[in-house]
Design a protein around this ligand. Sequence first.
Ligand code: UDP
Length: 328
Amino acid sequence: MGRHVLVTGGAGYIGSHACKVLAEAGYVPVTFDNLNTGWQEAVQFGPFVKGDLMNRAEIDAAFARYRPIAVMHFAALSLVGESMTNPGKYWRQNVNGALNLVEAAVAADCLNFVFSSTCATYGDQDGVVLDEDTPQRPINAYGASKQAIEAILRDFGMAYGLAHVIFRYFNVAGADPAAQIGEQHRPETHLIPLMLDAIEGRRPALTVFGDDYPTRDGTCVRDYVHVMDLVDAHVKGLEWLLAGRGNRVFCLGSGRGFTVREVIDASRAVTNRDVPIVQGARRAGDAASLVSGSTRARSELGWEPKRSTLPQMIRDALAWSRKPGYTR
Ligand code: UDP
């Protein structure tokens, strides 16, 4: 029997990178994805089930067919801006989808669960460096929906022994260095791919959202972590669960914050090219600063980020962006 892991959202950006490292670590990643935002071309490392988390029967069928030893739950709507204009969509799909998945996992006696949560659950905290014990006060529906799923896991952990590792991601960037897979969203809303598009002439300019935040240059501060480092932590989190070490929350960030302008400067230095910029208004739902101060993943999981420097993330994202991608 293979060591199957059900990976929801395995056709998406982070999920596909997780599938790659799971396969390299000897697991069989089974992608469960509705392809609304994912790409079938990204499913290269194990079986594919086209299914929707809003459909419990489809989830049950995947558990019955593959008998996974664990779930990694990446599938979610994840756009802060959209979550502010259409909160119902976020509450319905993220929370109901996760609830269906968790109930199906318990029914199938698959009691190891790794969950993609987010630093957006913290909200805006006046530049405080964030760790696992920081109170969560989300300011957008995306973060609120993820916090609700954390609560579901806590409750199902107590009621049914569903063992769970919760990762609160900071800003994920970069791509597989082999450029087999990478970041591609439709529409793209994330800073680094949009900036590279502007540099490479695929878009006229990058709009900088807000320059009046209480930060060192007025633009938002974020903590960027390389997707390969992030998914490496997931394999460690899975092994933590399989070793019976129990429920735990881990922040995943590099521990360093950069303003939007500093990211632009780093891109200019890496590419030696100008970045066309338009100054825009603030984007609703954006916190001024989100930076991880946690050392828990390092000390308890033995996680050591290797590629999470801005130049490396930009270089890897650039190599991927220059490759014929899923729709290019
Ligand atoms: N950002 C920006 N222009 C863009 C996209 C993003 O100025 O076109 C800013 C955004 O306001 C935030 C940071 O870049 O401060 C990172 O945004 P992204 O959407 O990449 O990730 P998020 O922080 O929303 O998860």
